[in-house]
Design a protein around this ligand. Structure first.
Ligand code: BGC
Length: 811
């Protein structure tokens, strides 16, 4: 586990003050650098020791068989696994013949700092070799946001009170061993030597290039490096390349006070179509661009890019510096996952590790894209264009399943369904409505008419068509969607999942509306008036399951009559339950992996009354174990909405610290990008009270006791709205428009209008005390953000329910 105070609290940095080899895999994920196209895990420069060595290119995968003991119709035949491509991070150092290895000699100091504004990972160490020579090494690494095929490392070495002979070997290595097999279903399949060498060369200027391809998926990748050496004394530099590795060697002798500076520029490119010469040229061109900027230029571009991101996206919190740091860390990684993905998926782990085989899920549309919509909308358009690129595959999948429209894959890299477990894969049809909702939100927030015409209509229409054939009207006319799995994966293949039905309802209406607004596009897709009317009918007749006796929504048909899970008899070490209990048992009991009705109450909050929200929240809190990292942010939002502000603060903390504290004990496999995005959702949706159900944004801001001020910004149709909330009032101000640019919005239900010239300040209405906070299953309460003495109304268990005093198992 990452130690409680593993990373000191600082507003703009994540700093590791000493190297802990027991959590190397975790720190490699935390310190990963990516731009959505290239991902470099935070491996040590010298390559060893490592937890998981990883270098990724978005969508560069290998196929692997999906074997079934008992296969069935429509089961996917092959899976996809992200490939650990040629490692260009490697820089080995020999000090008087002794390789720098932190396990040998003496590591006198070691610090790594992820700088969230500079976009760099800096490492500084002082090492005494077994022979007694002492060196100081500073390496600074970046993956460029502005040049998406480029990464770079600056490596500086100097002797400390001695003279030394130095050899620096900077490498490209393909087919390196990178991870050990595991039985946890959430980790990646291990691919042995997936890359076949196709070309290797060294040019006169010392550029080395390796081109490889995958055996089955037939993708081709090139990696190239070139170096600049800066040293006051004589150096000897040579470069060589072989099938699976290339190496530039620098030799020199340094006296005390002298220094060797090596700048390594790296470029990557891949394609499923282009030839070896074309890839070679593509990578060569990227390297030329990097050289043209030079190291200082790359640093300056990186800084500018991030300055403008933070200007739009930063969230400031007074009163909880730990969460402040974690939220910025989360936003930085969300940006790294999506910034330059450019019509490729944003996967569950971003490009920070091999977990979940590098697949993208609904995490993208329901957790990552809502954040990017309001902070970096261009990345959202790209991510949804990727979905459009895979629409034909989704149509084919629907056809194979006997359905109309498009059935998007539950997990995938290229658009093919890769889930071999259909009850929590294919049956999770809600992903179609999730995509539709992301499309709707993006169009509404940006007013991007071109996107609506060219991208949105197709996605909305084809997802709506699926619902029309997947669901049916019963003899009373009610519309049901039977046999599907909602977000809670501990309940599968049930009728009328509330979340699915409400999201499908919105999807059907959005399709009908966009077809009406774009008749030409609708005609091209063959949409008739009758079809649009059928979507509206289905939406109007959507059956929503309520247990009248308990007065709560039933997650799915009959869910509330299932046997209760015995939480008191479930030991802490049996979480996550999916690794300790058979699915058949989880499926037939009231135990919930992650927010489901509660998630519906967030994104379809317009379909519930305040009273229903309060009752549902209390009911589902007692049964939700949060075995998915996607849950806590949603629980934060609903805890805040139902008035349990301190509980909301606790859940915010859990989402934000998911990886900095390794709360689910699997950060080593890659970061939980949806949870990190969820920290923003918890703050802006929870304490800012943002809802975007209609044309006008709604805010119901209210802060927990420990947070005295919250400030965030949203991009809205070319304008920038800044919201500052204190305990007493909220101020809305607008910029980036002319003086008379105006934005209507709702503040706690009251209509106000903000213009660029006139900010509006409105009071936060007094809080109506909601009563005791709901309890969680035994031992599953989130860790508290504030000492109990300061939080009088938190986590008092309701009568007859188990105490919620425990902390989560993984803490
Ligand atoms: C969750 C899914 C999620 C997946 C990838 C699972 O544990 O239950 O909702 O899509 O992880 O993050």
């Amino acid at each position: 586990m990452i130690r409680e105070h593993g990373f000191p609290v600082e507003p703009w940095h994540v700093r590791e003050e000493e190297l802990d080899l027991d959590v190397l895999a975790q720190s490699e994920s935390v310190f990963a650098l990516a731009n959505g196209h290239i991902g470099l895990r935070g491996n040590l420069d010298e390559g060893e020791p490592y937890g998981i060595s990883g270098t990724y290119l978005n969508s560069f995968y290998e196929l692997r068989p999906l074997p079934y003991a008992e296969a069935g119709y429509g089961y996917p035949e092959s899976g996809q696994t992200i490939v650990n491509v040629t490692n260009g991070k490697l820089i080995r150092l020999l000090v008087d013949d002794e390789p720098l290895d932190v396990r040998h000699g003496e590591l006198l100091s070691h610090e790594r700092v992820l700088d969230l504004r500079a976009g760099t990972l800096r490492r500084e160490l002082v090492w005494r070799s077994p022979g007694g020579s002492v060196v100081k090494v500073i390496s600074t690494r970046l993956v460029s946001f502005t040049q998406r095929s480029v990464a770079a490392v600056r490596y500086e070495v100097e002797p400390v009170n001695c003279s030394i002979r130095l050899i620096v070997q900077s490498e490209l290595v393909a087919n390196e061993a990178s991870a050990t097999p595991s039985t946890d279903p959430r980790v990646a399949a291990v691919l042995e030597s997936p890359l076949v060498a196709e070309e290797q060369l060294v040019t006169d200027d010392g550029t080395a290039l390796l081109v490889h391809s995958t055996r089955t998926s037939k993708l081709r990748a090139g990696a190239a490096m070139v170096h600049e050496v800066d040293c006051a004394v004589r150096t000897d530099v040579s470069t060589e390349a072989y099938e699976d590795w290339a190496r530039t060697t620098v030799a020199c002798e340094l006296a005390d006070g002298e220094r060797l500076t090596l700048t390594k520029l790296l470029a990557y490119g891949w394609s499923s179509r282009r030839s070896v010469p074309a890839i070679r040229d593509q990578v060569g061109a990227a390297l030329a661009g990097a050289r043209f900027s030079g190291w200082e230029g790359l640093l300056a571009e990186q800084r500018d890019y991030l300055d403008s991101f933070w200007d739009a996206a930063d969230v400031r919190i007074d009163g909880d510096p730990e969460v402040q740091q974690a939220v910025r860390f989360g936003l930085f990684h969300v940006l790294q996952a999506g910034a330059r993905a450019e019509q490729r998926p944003i996967s569950a782990k971003g490009l920070t590790g091999p977990g979940y085989d590098g697949h993208a899920f609904w995490d993208t549309e329901m957790f990552v894209l809502p954040v990017l919509t309001y902070t970096h909308p261009a990345a959202v358009a790209d991510a949804l264009r990727w979905r459009l690129d895979t629409l034909e595959l989704a149509r084919q999948r629907a056809q194979q399943l006997g359905l109309a429209g498009a059935a998007f894959p539950w997990r995938t890299i290229s658009g093919h369904e890769c889930s071999g477990y259909w009850p929590a894969g294919t049956a999770s049809f809600h992903i179609g409505a999730d995509i539709a909702d992301a499309v709707r939100r993006y169009v509404q927030a940006t007013g991007d008419a071109g996107f609506e015409r060219d991208i949105a209509v197709d996605l909305l229409v084809e997802t709506a068509r699926l619902w029309r054939t997947l669901g049916h009207h019963d003899r009373h006319g009610r519309f049901h969607i039977d046999g599907v799995t909602g977000p809670d994966e501990y309940t599968a293949v049930r009728d009328d999942n509330v979340y699915t039905n409400l999201m499908a309802q919105r999807n059907l209406l959005a399709a009908a509306e966009s077809a009406a607004r774009h008749p030409d596009q609708a005609r091209r897709l063959g949409v008739t008036d009758e079809e649009s009317a059928a979507w509206r009918d289905a939406a109007a007749a959507m059956h929503i399951q309520i247990d009248d006796e308990l007065g709560v929504h039933s997650q799915a048909e009959e869910f509330t009559r299932l046997q209760e899970w015995n939480f008191a008899a479930t030991p802490a070490e049996h979480y996550p339950l999916l690794l300790h209990y058979p699915y058949f048992d989880l499926y037939r009991k009231q135990v919930i992996k992650q927010a489901d009705v509660v998630l519906a109450m967030h994104w379809r909050g317009d379909a519930f009354t305040a009273e229903q929200k309060a009752r549902n929240f209390a009911y589902y809190e007692q049964r939700t174990v949060r075995d998915s990292s996607l849950s806590s942010c949603t629980q934060a939002v609903l805890a805040a909405e139902t008035g349990h502000l301190e509980l909301a603060h606790d859940y915010l903390g859990e989402a934000a610290l998911m990886d900095l504290r390794d709360i689910h004990a699997n950060t080593g496999e890659g970061l939980h990008i949806a949870a990190l995005a969820g920290a923003w959702i918890a703050l802006v949706g929870g304490f800012g009270g943002l809802r975007d159900h209609g044309d006008v944004l709604e805010f119901s801001p209210r802060l927990p006791e420990r947070i005295s001020r919250l400030e965030f910004s949203l991009m809205w149709r070319g304008l920038r709205l800044r919201v500052v909330v204190t305990q007493a009032e909220a101020t809305y101000s607008l910029r980036d428009g002319s003086d008379d640019a105006r934005m209507p919005l709702l503040h706690h239900g009251a209509a106000i209008e903000v213009t660029c010239a006139h900010p509006v300040t409105a009071p936060v209405p007094p809080r109506i005390h909601p009563g005791p906070a709901p309890s969680q299953p035994h031992g599953r309460a989130p860790a508290r953000r504030a000492p109990a003495a300061q939080v009088p109304h938190q986590n008092h268990p309701a009568a007859g329910t188990p105490t919620a005093a425990g902390r989560t198992a993984a803490e």
